[in-house]
Design a protein around this ligand. Structure first.
Ligand code: UDP
Length: 261
């Protein structure tokens, strides 16, 4: 698959065209940002781990019938994905209250929610991805009712599946962010899961110690982000127990792969 021109560059990924108009290449960068881009750095090897972890989760979701954009992983940093029209909403799914929810509403950190809570944020960096109500989505026609009903059903299945998958490897799924896109199939729009699911977009706490195994290690300056993401990948069975993936050898692997193409 030949990489064409850059179509879009986001905070953590780049999208490139391919010779197939329906497919694009999703490239995972090492850049880390938080607090609406105010805090930025590069963490060697993060993109490699997110590429692998997201591939693993999305292909498992495919197997339970959750349609998504992943076609296949190409190499250490790239995946071929279906080109979709992204719905400009970030769907936040919460099982335990933490992060912005606790700050906004004064809820005690770590409160277990009786039911999963879905929040909507407008995808707009300039506005700082503001929280919106479902009614705003319809008022400004960012999506229609039928689409949101479908998305909500998919979200609850994804959440159930992911809670179980992570529970099985000693990790609590606290919250996460999903994005969905429209795909034209036989002239009809279909809603499919897009973007990525990784420790950059989920909060993952060790079941026993509550150790944070996600991007909060960067947001809160806890350090050791690569060992934490590596731990998630190992527990998911993506990396072998004996492989000691450090930031250095992840990037080395990545450049070896690039040269061999
Ligand atoms: N999240 C994300 N991208 C965003 C905002 C949030 O992936 O632009 C994820 C975040 O990693 C967490 C969940 O969504 O797993 C809920 O995030 P929260 O609103 O608490 O964000 P905070 O402002 O605390 O980062």
């Amino acid at each position: 698959m030949k990489k064409g021109k850059k179509l879009y560059e986001g905070k953590a990924k780049i999208i490139y065209a391919t010779q197939d108009k329906d497919l694009v290449i999703q490239y995972f960068k090492d850049d880390a940002t938080a607090f609406n881009n105010q805090k930025k750095t590069t963490i060697d090897g993060k993109g490699v781990l997110n590429n692998r972890i997201s591939e693993h989760i999305l292909s498992n979701l495919s197997q339970i019938g959750i349609k998504n954009h992943l076609v296949k992983r190409l190499n250490m940093r790239e995946q071929i994905v279906k080109l979709v029209e992204i719905i400009p909403i970030e769907f936040i799914v919460r099982n335990v209250a933490t992060g912005s929810l606790t700050k906004r509403l004064g809820i005690e950190d770590g409160t277990v929610l009786k039911e999963p809570l879905i929040e909507y944020c407008l995808k707009d960096d300039k506005l700082g991805d503001p929280l919106i109500a479902e009614e705003h989505i319809y008022a400004f026609e960012w999506a229609n009712k039928k689409e949101i009903e479908k998305v909500k059903k998919m979200i609850l299945r994804i959440n159930d599946f992911m809670i179980g998958m992570f529970r099985g490897i000693g990790i609590k799924l606290i919250d996460f962010k999903l994005e969905f896109g429209r795909l034209k199939v036989n002239g009809k729009n279909e809603i499919i899961l897009a973007d990525e699911i990784s420790p950059d977009t989920c909060r993952l706490w060790d079941s026993i110690t509550d150790k944070k195994l996600d991007k909060d290690r960067f947001r809160k300056d806890l350090g050791d982000l690569i060992p934490a993401y590596t731990e998630v990948a190992k527990r998911l069975g993506i990396l072998h127990e004996q492989s000691n993936v450090s930031a250095v050898n992840v990037t080395q692997l990545s450049s070896v792969k690039k040269k061999s193409r």
